[in-house]
Structure formats: structure tokens, C-alpha cells
Ligand binder design. Structure first.
Ligand code: NAP
Length: 493
């Protein structure tokens, strides 16, 4: 079989674009990026709900090699992130490699041809020598299976499918979910609708968001003297690293830091909510960091408004005109917003069916053994395949550190492949086992296993009870390892 392309990347979000930039830097021009949506940007194209903004400061939440001096705020709103994605695609000439509205259903390794065959919905298969999946961690929306939900007569919107044409003024709305998305959305909805009932199953830790517009003078300084923005990035990244390493990953050694973060969140709640009963309901009973903490100055305050109601007794059923709660009370609503997050462990990992050597199905294998991927990117028995959204790959708090670590890994791997004049690579079982053993041992120091996380219902944990998303090392060490992993971790042919 002759490949149609040298490299195919599935996903045109920041991860896929980062990989594409890396391949282009290495002179690979026969590159196709396929995307199921009708435009690029991944998360920042799909999500358009009111209040959408990044919650990692923008100096850090961007490619280090492509700083944007003109972020309007410390935490850029969603549409600016989308514009940034467009800018990157244009500047690095990625658009001509992209094919939108193309749904890859699966990929199968063809041993004889040493190629990947991608099945594409309604189109002929695509054949590629190298396959990179960049399908994201939070890309498969979770719609809850609540009795009666299909019979609801009003409008239902998942936060990933926001309909901008709907005017919510005067509506009686309900939000199910109190994750990071809801924390951004609820204060905005509270401004518009007449009645808002929020169905909270698990409260979330919320710390103050130190946000504000970036003055034009600072933007000019960043543009004229890029080193100043680099320093700002360094300072912010260092702070995030401290929270992540100290508060979450090294819970055993730095429990006090974790406790301090929880104290900051509790104080924040006390300052915004006077009613002790409401405060009690909004206070998590699990340790800070078990679940992704959030940042907001307006979330708690929204619940103090007379037309905003917090319902914590669960959902009994949904009727055509409202929601009946666990305590028997019914909220009559015309708009139901599902801020119910994403399905990581059942339908993501991998987001498409991937069949490797000897018919090994990646999703089945991960579920039947353990979720694992060497350096969070490669899997044995899956030659010429890199999977960017993998177990133990997410490094640090900003996704861009993970993306750039992967770019470094790709540079080293494909550099070696070329040096040897080889065409096929495959990570060894030994290297994979050693990596899995090392990261899982390190996680024993984390809040996930030492803290009190049982009631957190955190998507960090998979169906086996393993916290298999975050790479339990500093981002510096992840980057160092991407530059120095043993090249013998792979076999080449
Ligand atoms: P999420 O954190 O998974 O939250 C989903 C919420 O829906 C949870 O409160 C969950 O309750 C609730 N829920 C799900 N099914 C339910 C059911 N059947 N009944 C009642 N409640 C139900 O999802 P998310 O808020 O969309 O955030 C996902 C991630 O996206 C975040 O952690 C963050 O990484 C990212 N994010 C980032 C930004 C940013 O600015 N960078 C902004 C938004 C989101 P339980 O907790 O009880 O399961």
C-alpha cells in the first residue's frame, strides 16, 4: 500500500497544531491534519458558552515560541484564544494541511504495508505512514442519563454546543454541574435569566482569580521587549508549578501547602457568602487538588442573589416542564444547561478505535490491563503511532507545557529515525513498563492517593481508581526527559 501522506494528525486543536509545527520544522511537508469540526482551534472553537475564558494566565497558556503581546486580560477570554489559534495556523502555514468536517472513525495498522489505514465517515480511507492522534482530553461531551431528560419540552444545551442565537433574557433556567465550566458560566447566566437553579452533586474548590485588563503600555512593552513577557511567563509558570508540585503531586512532603490553598478557598467563600448554610453546601469535603480547582471572583457571589438557587438534594427526574429534586421540590424551567463535562475514561482514551499490531485494540487493552503510554505518547505494539492525549502525559497546569514536551519528544524520535534511515518505530515493552512503574510509584506521594479524595468524583481517576492523567513530575523534568530519553526505548526498522 502506498501511503497518501507521510504524517496524518487527527485533531486541529493546539496539540495537533503543535505537532504539525514540529513536523514542518523537520522538513515534513506531506502532512495532513484532519478535524471533525468545521474549523480549527479544538476546545476554543467548540466552546462558546458565556463567561468562557482561560483559567491559566495567558502568558503561560500559549506556545512559548509564539508569544502574543496583545492579550487583553491576564486571563484571556475564549474568543481571543480562538483568534490566537487562527493566528498560529496562518503564521505557521498550517491551514493548507487541514481538512475539516472529516470524522475519523478508526485507524488500523497494516503490517504488510507498514502503514496506518484510517477509516473516515462517508469518505474513502486515508493511508499514512505515521499517525498522530491529538484528540484532546476533554473532547467527548458527557450527557447525563437522567430519567425523563429526553422528554424535556424546553431547550437543552450542553456547554460544548452553545447556541449563540438563543436569548436567555427572562428565562427560567437550570444548570446541572458545578465543574470549572459551570464556575465560569453560572455568574454570567445569573445576570441574564429570571430564575436560575443550580444542581450541584459535588462542590468545587474555588480560589480568587487575580485577573484584570493588561494595560496598553504593558502590551507595548511585551511587544518591544519580548524578554519582559518571557520573564512574566517564567514567574507565572513557576507559581503554577509550585501549586502543582507542592500542593498536589508532593502532598506527602508539602501537605501544608495543600492546606494553605484550601484555606485560601475557604476564606474566599466566607468573604462572599454570609449565610452559613449556603457556605456549608458550597464547601467541598474532599482535599484540595483531588479535583481540578477553579478560579473565580463571581461564582460564590452568584448564589447570594435572590433568583439563584442551589439545589443539593440530587435530581429525581426531569419532567417536560421542570426538574424534580431528591427532596421532592420541583423547579419549573424552560432552559436546561448541561455543564456536565466530558467522558474521559469510557469514550476518550482513545477517542477513535485504534487497532495495532496483531489486532490489538488500544482501548480494550488499556481497559483490560492498565492505562499506560511511554512518556505519555507511545504504546508498544502500535508502531509509527503517537497519541498525545494519553495516560500520564498531562504535565503541569497549562496544556502548552504538555504540547511542547510532546514536540520535543517528536523531534528526538524522528531525528533518530532519520539518522538510522529507518521508517518504522515502536516503543519497547521494557521502556513502557519502566515508565509506568516509575510514574505510578511517584503518584504514591500525591494527594490522589494520600489525601482524602473518595467523595471528589474527580475525572482525574479512572474506572480502576488510578489517577492516570497527570504526569507526576515537574514540567522541567518532563521537558528534560523529552530531550534525553534513551533512544533505545524504541526499536527501528
Ligand atoms: P467537570 O469538571 O467534569 O464537571 C462536570 C460537572 O457535572 C460536575 O460538577 C459533575 O458532578 C456534574 N455532573 C455530571 N453528571 C451529572 C449528573 N448525572 N448529575 C449531576 N451532576 C452531574 O466538567 P467541566 O466543568 O466542563 O470542566 C472540565 C474541565 O475542563 C475542567 O476541569 C478544566 O480542566 C477544563 N476547563 C478549563 C477551563 C479553562 O479556562 N481553562 C474552563 C472550563 C473548563 P460530580 O462532580 O458530582 O461528578
Amino acid at each position: 500500500m502506498t501511503p497518501d501522506h507521510e504524517v496524518v494528525i487527527v485533531g486541529a486543536g493546539f496539540g495537533g497544531m503543535g505537532a504539525a509545527i514540529q513536523f514542518k520544522r523537520m522538513g515534513v511537508s506531506d502532512l495532513l491534519i484532519v478535524e471533525r469540526e468545521d474549523d480549527l482551534g479544538g476546545t476554543w472553537h467548540v466552546n462558546r458558552y458565556p463567561g468562557l475564558a482561560v483559567d491559566i494566565a495567558s502568558v503561560t497558556y500559549s506556545y512559548s515560541f509564539e508569544p502574543n503581546p496583545y492579550w487583553s486580560r491576564l486571563f484571556a477570554p475564549g474568543d481571543e484564544l480562538k483568534r490566537y489559534a487562527d493566528h498560529v495556523a496562518d503564521k505557521y502555514d498550517l491551514r493548507r494541511h487541514m481538512r475539516f468536517s472529516t470524522v475519523v472513525e478508526g485507524a488500523r495498522w497494516d503490517e504488510e504495508g507498514q502503514v496506518w489505514v484510517l477509516s473516515v465517515s462517508g469518505e474513502p480511507p486515508i493511508i499514512t505512514r505515521y499517525l498522530v492522534t491529538a484528540t484532546g482530553f476533554l473532547s467527548q461531551p458527557h450527557t447525563p442519563d437522567i430519567p425523563g431528560i429526553d422528554g424535556f419540552a424546553g431547550r437543552v444545551m450542553h456547554t460544548t454546543a452553545w447556541d449563540d442565537s438563543v436569548d436567555l433574557t427572562g428565562r427560567r433556567a437550570a444548570v446541572i454541574g458545578t465543574g470549572a465550566t459551570a464556575v465560569q458560566l453560572i455568574p454570567e447566566l445569573a445576570r441574564t435569566v429570571d430564575e436560575l437553579t443550580v444542581y450541584q452533586r459535588t462542590p468545587i474548590w474555588v480560589v480568587p482569580k487575580i485577573d484584570g485588563p493588561i494595560p496598553a503600555a504593558v502590551q507595548k512593552l511585551f511587544a518591544r521587549l519580548p524578554v519582559t513577557q518571557k520573564l512574566a511567563r517564567l514567574a507565572n509558570t513557576g507559581l503554577l508549578e509550585l501549586v502543582m508540585i507542592g500542593g498536589v503531586l508532593r502532598f506527602r512532603q508539602a501537605r501544608a501547602l495543600n492546606r494553605a490553598a484550601a484555606a485560601v478557598a475557604r476564606r474566599h467563600l466566607r468573604r462572599q457568602v454570609a449565610d452559613p448554610e449556603l457556605r456549608r453546601k458550597l464547601t467541598p469535603d474532599y482535599d484540595f487538588g483531588c479535583k481540578r480547582p477553579t478560579f473565580s471572583n463571581t461564582y460564590f457571589r452568584a448564589f447570594t442573589k435572590p433568583h439563584v438557587h442551589l439545589q443539593t438534594s440530587g435530581i429525581e427526574r426531569i419532567e417536560p416542564d421542570g426538574i424534580v429534586a431528591g427532596d421532592g421540590s420541583k423547579a419549573e424551567i424552560d432552559t436546561l444547561v448541561l455543564a456536565t463535562g466530558f467522558d474521559l475514561w469510557d469514550v476518550n482514551f482513545p477517542a477513535i478505535e485504534v487497532i495495532g499490531r496483531g489486532g490489538r485494540n488500544l482501548g480494550t487493552w488499556w481497559r483490560q490491563t492498565r492505562f499506560q503510554a511511554f512518556e505519555g505518547i507511545a504504546v508498544p505494539e502500535f508502531p509509527n503511532f503517537l497519541t498525545l492525549a494519553s495516560p500520564y502525559s498531562y504535565s503541569g497546569l497549562s496544556y502548552f507545557t504538555t504540547i511542547e514536551t510532546h514536540m520535543r519528544h517528536i523531534r528526538r524520535l524522528f531525528g533518530e529515525l532519520r539518522r538510522r534511515g529507518a521508517r518504522t518505530f515502536e516503543v519497547t515493552h521494557e521502556a513502557n513498563d519502566e515508565f509506568l512503574q516509575r510514574v505510578t510509584a511517584k503518584l504514591n506521594d500525591s494527594v490522589f492517593y494520600l489525601g482524602s479524595c473518595a467523595t471528589s468524583r474527580s475525572y482525574y481517576f479512572n474506572q480502576h481508581g488510578e489517577a492516570a492523567i497527570l504526569r507526576p513530575t515537574s514540567t522541567i523534568s518532563a521537558r528534560r526527559e523529552a530531550d534525553s530519553y534513551s533512544l533505545d526505548a524504541y526499536t527501528y526498522a
